[in-house]
Design a protein around this ligand. Structure first.
Ligand code: ADP
Length: 260
C-alpha cells in the first residue's frame, strides 16, 4: 500500500534520514521505534507530505504521493500528530467535523451525511457525551480521543500516529491502543505508529522499524527487532529482555547501572 523508496531528508546540512526503504502492506500495523532524534517524527511528516524528501520517493498504491492532490491524500491518509500546545477555541463537534473538510464542496458546508459520519466517529471514540464542550476544557486523554475521531471522520485507509500515548496514563493508554487495534483488525485500517515505548510497540505492532541516527537499523517482527543486542547497541544502555508472560511478546526491563 505504501512503498518508501530510498528516501533521504535533511532540514539543514545534516541528514535527518538517510536511505530509508520499506513497504507497508494493506491492513498492517507497523511501529517505528528508535531513540530521541533518530528520525521517527521526520519520517511520519514525510509520509503525510508535510515535508518532502530531497532524495527518493514514496508511492501510495503505486502512485507517487508528491503528485497527489492534498485533498486526495487527506481522504486516504489521516494523521494524529503529537499534541501541539495550541488551544483551539472550537467545540469537540466542530473539531471532529474538520475531518470532513477534504470532502466538502467549494462552499465548505457540511451536509447531513458529514454530520452523520462525524457522529459515528464520536461514538466509536466515546466522546459523544461532551460534543458541545470546548476543546480547551478537556483533559489530555479526552483531547486525544477527539483527534482520533477527527481522523476517523476523514474515512481514511491509513492512520499515521506520532507518539500517540505520550502523556496518557496507563488506563487511557490501553483504551487508546485497544481502539486503534480494533480499527486495525475490524476495519482493516493500515496503521503506522511512531512510539518511543518499545513495550507498547512490541505488544501491538505486527512489524517494527528500528531507527538509529536517521537510518534503519533493523526491521522485522517484534521478536526479530527487540533483542538485547539490537536494543543495547541502538540505545547504548543495558536492558533485560524476556517475554511478556501473558502475550509471549518481547518485554524490555530497564536495569540501573551497577545495581545488579
Ligand atoms: P524523533 O522523532 O525520533 O525524536 P526527529 O524526527 O524529531 O526524531 O528528529 C530527527 C533529527 O532531525 C534530529 O537530529 C533533530 O534535531 C532534527 N530536527 C527535527 N526537526 C527539525 C527542524 N524543524 N529543524 C532542524 N532540525 C530538525
Amino acid at each position: 500500500m505504501i512503498e518508501v523508496n530510498s528516501i533521504s531528508f535533511r532540514y539543514r546540512e545534516d541528514w535527518a534520514l538517510q536511505d530509508i526503504s520499506f513497504r507497508v502492506e494493506k491492513g498492517e500495523f507497523v511501529g517505528v521505534i528508535g531513540p530521541n532524534g533518530s528520525g521517527k517524527t521526520t519520517l511520519l511528516k514525510i509520509l503525510y507530505r508535510l515535508l518532502s524528501p530531497q532524495k527518493g520517493e514514496i508511492l501510495f498504491e503505486l502512485a507517487p504521493i508528491k503528485r497527489m492532490e492534498r485533498a486526495d491524500i487527506a481522504k486516504r491518509i489521516a494523521v494524529v500528530a503529537q499534541e501541539t500546545h495550541l488551544l483551539f477555541p472550537f467545540s469537540v463537534l466542530e473539531t471532529v467535523l474538520m475531518g470532513r473538510s477534504p470532502y466538502l464542496g467549494q462552499l465548505m458546508f457540511e451536509s447531513e451525511k458529514d454530520l452523520e459520519i462525524a457522529k459515528k466517529a464520536m461514538e466509536w471514540t466515546n466522546i459523544l457525551p461532551f460534543s458541545e464542550r470546548p476543546m480547551d476544557e478537556l483533559s489530555g486523554g479526552e483531547r486525544k480521543r477527539v483527534f482520533i475521531a477527527r481522523a476517523l471522520a476523514q474515512e481514511p485507509e491509513v492512520f499515521l500516529l506520532d507518539e500517540p500515548t505520550a502523556n496518557l496514563d496507563i488506563h487511557h493508554q490501553i483504551d487508546f491502543l485497544d481502539l486503534i487495534l480494533t480499527l486495525n483488525r475490524e476495519r482493516g485500517l493500515t496503521i503506522v505508529m511512531a512510539s518511543h515505548d518499545m513495550n507498547i510497540a512490541s505488544e501491538f505492532c505486527d512489524r517494527l522499524i528500528l531507527l538509529r541516527g536517521g537510518r534503519i537499523y533493523k526491521m522485522g517482527t517484534p521478536e526479530e527487532v527487540i533483542t538485547k543486542e539490537n536494543i543495547e547497541s541502538v540505545y547504548g544502555c543495558e536492558v533485560w529482555i524476556d517475554q511478556n508472560p501473558i502475550s509471549g511478546m518481547p518485554r524490555i526491563s530497564l536495569l540501573k547501572k551497577g545495581g545488579h
